[in-house]
Design a protein around this ligand. Sequence first.
Ligand code: UTP
Length: 297
Amino acid sequence: MKRKVTKAIFPVAGLGTRFLPATKSIPKEIMTLVDRPLIQYAIDEARAAGIKEFIFVTSRGKSALEDYFDNAPELESTLRKKNKTDLLDMLKSTNMDSGAIAYVRQNKALGLGHAVWCARRLLGNEPFAVILPDDVIAAEKPCLQEMVEAFAETGGNIVAAMEVPPEKTSAYGILDIQEEKGPLVHVKGMVEKPAEGSAPSNLAVIGRYILTPAIMQNLNRMKSGAGGEIQLTDAIAEEIAQSNNVYGYRFRGQRYDCGSKAGFLQATVAFGLARDDLGPEFWDYLTRMVAARKAAQ
Ligand code: UTP
């Protein structure tokens, strides 16, 4: 099997209920960290990893996402006339080439596994990446790039993994570790949201995956049987049983759960502080605010 990964699936068909009422009309993935939509961070990470084909699994009410990746001729010509070349370059960097991007529809939110399965006809018999744009990762070397390189070595399914405190394991898919090989962890099991005290480790799966076509075959079977949510974790766990070919990858970097309000706020502060144009003023403001709150206690 080919070990070069050039296709990525972005499942963006979820309802985003944790961000209501905003998500009544704005796709969650368009919400901004400072001035860039979440989806832009995901696209930049995928591009850095060598992804050439971008497959979006969308749903009703997500047309703002499609517009976002299109050329904006009026805006571009206005900026050109005003000689605003910096803004123009920035705007152009968000355009996607014709044919590089494809949209498939998930007509019912039946779960992440089902969303990935919806893209099956666009994948062929190739390995593919899955990126959840809710998980934003600040890292020196982009997480997906590290994973793509690890895949070129191992050829196995790889899920991004990070340590979480024991009291948080029940919120994640948790890996059962067979063997540690540096950042790569050979996995012998995977449990979705284990009950407190029963997690096999504190290594949690987060939203980056490199998957082999076998996973799609597992999802195919699940589609025909199951009526409820179809979990990607189940299809990967099945692959452990069948081929013992699943790894966790301990990436280096800070992950923000931008699907939750607290995570989104933390990411906003971190990305705001990291900006040359905003950081110093923002830092001044935050330190004054913290001092005022302490004094008031
Ligand atoms: P979440 O579990 O965060 O669900 O999905 P959600 O609907 O986006 O948000 P809440 O929980 O209601 O606030 C994780 C990822 O899987 C996608 C979502 O778009 C998100 O990127 N997803 C989930 C689908 O594409 N389809 C689904 O049926 C479920």
